[in-house]
Design a protein around this ligand. Sequence first.
Ligand SMILES: [Zn+2]
Length: 571
Amino acid sequence: MKLQTLPTDAASILALTWSDYEPHYQELESRELRSENIDTWLNDWSTLAATADEQYWRLYIATTVNTADPAIEERFNKYVEAMQPSVKTAEQKLKDKLLASGLSPKGFETALRRIQAEAEIFSETNLPLLAEEQKLVTEYNKITGSLTVNWEGEERTLAQMFPLFYEQERSIRQRAWEMVHTQIFKERQHFSRLWERFLPLRTKIAENVGLPDYRAYTWNQKFRFDYSPEDCKSFHTAIEEVFVPAAQRVYEKRRQRLGLDTLRPWDLSVDPLGGSPIKPYESMDEFKTKLRTVFEQVDPAFGNYFQIMMDENLLDLESRKNKAAGGYSLGLHVAHRPFVFMSHSNTPWDIQTMLHEGGHAFHEFERAHCHFYQRGEIYLPQEFGEVASMSMELLASPYKTKESGGFYTDHEQARTMIELLEGIITFLPYMALVDAFQHWIYENPSLSVDASRCEEKWAELWDRFIIGIDYSGLEDAKKTYWHRQGHIFASPFYYIEYGLAQLGAIQVWANARRDQHKAVADYRKALALGATVPLPELYSTAGAKFAFDAKTVKEAADLVEEVIEEMEAKL
Ligand SMILES: [Zn+2]
């Protein structure tokens, strides 16, 4: 039977129903697999899987672009409930078929290992539970997306409140911080009850496939073949030894410069030397055009990719009410295009976010030639995916100056560079906190099902990793801060990736400081590998070591502190 070809344009993909997909899956399932036809079979499967994947992500993107449209939400939920279980079951049958064939197509070894791991945690019983979990995530996004603050008579989103933390006048910063906290804290019960639905659901998901806990499930699900929970804990300890004291130095310098008795949570963004807030651009147009100029200087290919994204409307960057919080770059794997989302605040943060998401987006272009199972988001190890994005933040840093066609005067460049590097130093302890918290959660499900126990544990771990910010009198804010850490709700255990990748990115950057051209060439080589090789090889291709140890952590910290000093000299 000759099957109709699958559509490639967005509208037709969005209109697909299960009856459109089913004959394709059946046909692939019925084909006899031999070494002579395996490549064709894999290619056909790749196209089919990419189409179902793109339909899902297009719907997901629509829910984040507008969190208040019930029709969009209904359409997404309908896909998740009615379509996704059928797709997943059909996908699993093809994976089982490939595994049963005993064939190991050349270049497909890493993918095969992942498919094997997936087969181990697949259970039809879990499909409705996974769909339920998706809906809880949408609910979480709805709470965070609906939060607004009335600032001097003007309704502002939380992202729009962000620039106020850069105000020199301390009382403004404090008032802004308190208003944001009050709004989020009002939802405390909402977050708690939601959490108490997430946790048992996840415990059950692990139980259904015979695993001792949800962490074991995640290890399989995230294909963490190259490190263990113990490695993560060693990493936490190394960070505690190296970066917690480095962060204390950062906070102490800031406290002294601001002339304060203690550093409060609203004192963390303002320029400690009294400079006025940096407004890097005047309009969205200028923002995008300058970004393209910056990317182009890292590598002309990156400038071209960004131009394509501008031309094809693949950037939703402005702040609006009813946009989901946060930022992302997601792949549309039929179109071979990324879609980038964020809410602008006209602060240096926007530039940093876009350099980051730009790295993800270009990774998408670079690996477009790979099989879907070696390029789709869920198959790409994010321990390396975040190297793509975090390296870009550092590789692009020399070109952010007005002199290079970018955003900043030399003075602003030094200020923002210090901010970026100090941000790395203070982020790593926070990363360790979030990761350690999640290890505790899933090691102790009988305790963590109670949101108030989570609050206590979070506060305890906070005191271990975050030293130097005075939260006295703000204990409620401290212990509920995890409510705004979306990953804990929406992407469990997805956080250490940022830490491991940061360590990788600093190494790529160290290479670039010696030889920019070679470092970028190696980086692109690694991006183009997609998920065809294991993590340590992706890292080594990019010129870095995949590591958790105190020595590598210390070398990275030393470089970051050294460059901060270079930049201090330019102030
Ligand atoms: Zn990222």
